[in-house]
Design a protein around this ligand. Structure first.
Ligand code: 5MY
Ligand code: ATP
Length: 515
């Protein structure tokens, strides 16, 4: 640990959980607070705290070894991820262990600000929880990627950017899964089954699939296509659903001066391209906007920002290697797909998965060892040219790199199931991470910080791009992944069939996701 890190940790320990930290955001697994105190060493930092506390320790809670998941997670973060992702894409962070009492005070102060459905949700498999009160929490002190006064930051959660290999699909699933991507089908499932993950926003399309063939939501295959026009379209669709769902989705978020903007709720003190976003507090007829997604009054106020913002994001992505990199990491570590893996497991382990029929036996789902994680690194490095070119290329190049990788390490149906599962777990991380694109305030950039913030630049050349949320997924989730995948494509097939019956004569199949 160097002196700077030591000073930061000291400042964190001295800081007050009730007055020095403000609730910023959260996902399923972490709570994130930004620092608002006066200690210079932790200005511009966020505190990212694991919701699930440390695994049980033996004895008196000091000096005992962390569990297997914890070890794998740390080894991945410190040793493996930096070889898969170039350092400039990773935020600077230092790990800290926080006293539970301190964390509880912090959490209590944030309860009013947190989305209700997030409070007390614990979704990790049971072996990552325990019933006794925790004495400490794992956290990291990370650079605040949203920036400060006058900066505009966009967060995109792109999700899975490719269709599965048909060779590993059943004849039944093939008809659907080779035409529609998992993300689009999953959105449809959430739309048609309100009980399925109810915290999710409804899709921007309020009608059925038939009309969906003309108005089409965000599809990750567009973003990952390598085609600039489709990428811009994808960004525009993300912006669109951000507007229509009043920022309730998790695929696109806009932050101005470090604060999340909610269309229809906020008056943002932010400017884009010299124009105020002018987010209305009230609709023009004087009624407070209630986040009703059908209320378009607040939405039109954003239209002037749409073009400038979407173009800037899209150009920033075009100039950067982050999208092809994520594509390669998602696709190369997942040659068979979860269905292919499940079918493989069934053929190998039929009858041995215990009383409750699960596709993957428990014994296969322990978290990876350091040796297994080293293989991940080896596989990745062997499949790519040395030097800086390692992280370059477009989606198509990534595909051919994938072919090379498969030849060199034989990651295919002949590989052992355990290795394939470990690799699938790595792919899952990159299917679920987010990208933050920050457009620093032009005047601050030029060192003119004391001038008025009228002229906020959205210059793609100066955009700073980082990847967040690269935590190891517990392999225990594999059975859930398999079951959800099965539910998703079956529900989509059913929905198509139903719509076809209902609107029989003029039914048009929904637009397919184009690889
Ligand atoms: O399965 P998915 O595609 O719904 O992904 C889950 C995400 O839902 P999303 O579709 O992005 O809204 C989900 O996102 P939210 O927490 O719902 O915002 C989580 O990221 C979850 O991962 P974890 O359990 O927190 O490690 C994600 O679970 P994993 O599939 O990555 O395990
Ligand atoms: N370094 C950072 N700087 C600024 N904001 C951040 C940072 N890290 C995370 N955030 C914000 O906090 C939110 C939640 O963080 P994160 O995605 O890491 O949580 P998670 O629980 O791991 O997510 P998931 O549910 O996808 O697993 C992010 O969506 C982002 O808006």
């Amino acid at each position: 640990m160097n002196d700077t890190t030591r000073a930061q940790i000291q400042s964190l320990i001295r800081s007050s959980p009730t007055t020095d930290w403000t609730y910023l955001a959260e996902g399923g697994a972490h709570l994130v607070f930004s620092y608002c105190g006066n200690e210079p060493s932790i200005q511009n930092k966020v505190l990212r705290i694991r919701k699930t506390h440390l695994e049980p320790r033996s004895g008196n809670d000091t000096g005992a070894k962390p569990g297997r998941y914890e070890c794998a997670r740390n080894y991945l973060a410190t040793t493996i991820t930096p070889s898969l992702v170039p350092p400039e894409l990773l935020p600077m962070e230092c790990k800290v262990t926080l006293n539970a009492e301190w964390v509880h005070k912090l959490e209590r102060g944030s309860l009013d600000l947190r989305p209700k459905e997030r409070i007390s949700s614990r979704r990790y498999p049971s072996n990552h929880q325990h019933s006794t009160s925790p004495t400490s929490f794992q956290a990291s002190l990370v650079e605040n990627l949203l920036g400060g006064e006058g900066d505009i930051a966009i967060e995109i959660k792109p999700k899975c950017g490719f269709l599965p290999d048909p060779r590993y699909l059943s004849s039944e699933s093939k008809t659907v899964k080779t035409k529609y991507c998992r993300f689009c089908m999953h959105r449809s499932l959430r739309e048609t089954r309100p009980t399925h993950q109810t915290e999710k926003p409804p899709s921007a399309s309020l009608t059925g699939l038939a009309s969906n063939s003309t108005t089409w939501d965000y599809c990750p295959l567009d973003l990952f296509s390598g085609d600039r026009r489709r990428r811009l379209h994808a960004v525009d669709q993300l912006f669109d659903s951000w507007l229509r769902t009043a920022a309730r989705g998790n695929n696109f978020r806009v932050f101005a001066s470090g604060k999340a903007i909610v269309p229809g709720l906020h008056k943002a003190d932010a400017y884009i391209d010299g124009r105020s976003l002018n987010l209305p507090r009230e609709t023009t007829d004087g009624k407070k906007c209630d986040n009703d997604t059908t209320n378009t009054t607040g939405i039109t106020e954003f239209e002037p920002a749409r073009e400038a913002l979407c173009n800037a994001i899209s150009h920033a992505l075009d100039r950067h290697t982050v999208i092809p990199l994520l594509y390669a990491l998602q696709q190369e570590f997942d040659p068979l797909g979860i269905e292919g893996l499940g079918r493989r497991s069934e053929s190998l382990h039929s009858g041995s998965t215990g009383g409750k029929k699960k596709v993957f036996p428990e014994a296969l789902l322990v978290d990876p060892t350091t040796e297994e994680l080293n293989l991940v690194q080896e596989y990745w490095l062997r499949s790519r040219p040395a030097g800086e070119d390692r992280h370059r290329g477009n989606a198509r190049e990534a595909e051919s790199a994938s072919a090379v990788a498969k030849r060199s390490l034989q990651l295919d149906e002949a590989s052992d199931l355990r290795s394939l599962l470990v690799f699938h777990g790595i792919s899952a991380i990159f299917k679920d991470c987010s990208i933050i694109i920050r457009f620093p305030n032009a005047r601050k950039r030029e060192g003119l910080i004391d001038e008025s913030l009228q002229d906020l630049s959205l210059d793609p050349i100066h955009a700073i791009i980082k990847i967040i949320d690269l935590d190891l997924k517990p392999l225990q989730k594999a059975n859930k992944w398999f079951e959800l995948d099965d539910e998703i494509w079956r529900a989509y097939r059913e929905r198509i069939e139903l719509e076809r019956l209902l609107v029989s004569h003029d039914f048009r199949w929904p637009r397919t996701c184009q690889a």
